[in-house]
Design a protein around this ligand. Structure first.
Ligand code: ADE
Length: 227
């Protein structure tokens, strides 16, 4: 393996990340040594005998705020000079394929997961290099978002997907179009036929057909990409 990335996730719900990230391609990527993933319980760095990691907001308001000390203690223990610290938050910059590609060449990611109303802003100011949101909706916690981010990043590490082509040709690679439709056997399912051109063996025609369908599907589902 040419390159090993290290990823540390800090969350109060480690099991949310562990299940999805141990299956299938993510599991194999770790077994093959492409990525060294550790999911930590942030409470292990709590200074409190009740392992508390949240407290009431100064100035009042609803909900709880995640405390500054556990994040500092954890990051100071885990980081090296090559670490990039990412905070998952709905207030972050929107995560996309270009960002996933950029992160896939990092040496070490430390991913912080928020919960409750948010995290003490001193964490953002003094520890975090990049705040990322996985979309304009609010999840109950950042562990789900961190899982999404790790999956999107790790599959782009060279060698993780067997067939490098599948990364080259997929949606958002040139960020203009989503992919065209795919078909497999049977040719006829309840009278619904696989498009004739795909059975023709005409490579150039197939390429052209796929481009046309990709454009059509982009117009239908993601007109914003064409603006
Ligand atoms: N935590 C809660 N909602 C989130 C989102 N949309 N993206 C990243 N982290 C989050």
């Amino acid at each position: 393996m040419e390159q090993q990335m290290k990823i540390d996730i800090l969350t109060i719900f480690p099991e949310i990340c562990r299940g999805p990230l141990s299956e299938s391609i993510m599991g194999r990527a770790q077994a093959a040594g492409a990525v060294d993933l550790a999911v930590h319980d942030l409470r292990d760095w709590s200074e409190d005998r009740h392992r508390r990691v949240d407290d009431e907001p100064f100035g009042g308001g609803p909900g709880m705020v995640m405390k500054v000390e556990p994040f500092f203690a954890a990051v100071e223990e885990l980081r090296t000079e090559h670490s990039k610290v990412v905070l998952m938050t709905p207030q972050g910059r929107r995560f996309d394929q270009a960002q996933a590609r950029a992160l896939s060449s990092e040496v070490h990611l430390i991913i912080l997961c928020g919960h409750y109303e948010g995290v003490d802003h001193r964490v953002v100011e003094a520890l975090v290099d990049l705040e990322l949101s996985i979309g304009d909706y609010v999840l109950t916690n950042g562990a789900i978002a961190a899982t999404v981010l790790v999956d999107a990043v790790v599959r782009l590490i060279p060698g993780v997907l067997g067939d490098d082509q599948s990364v080259e040709e997929e949606s958002f690679t040139d960020s203009q179009l989503i992919e065209g439709p795919h078909y497999t056997r049977p040719r006829d399912f309840r009278g619904m036929q696989v498009p004739e051109v795909l059975l023709s063996g005409h490579h150039a025609k197939i390429v052209q057909w796929r481009q046309e369908r990709a454009l059509e599907r982009t117009r239908q589902n993601r007109p914003d990409l064409l603006e």
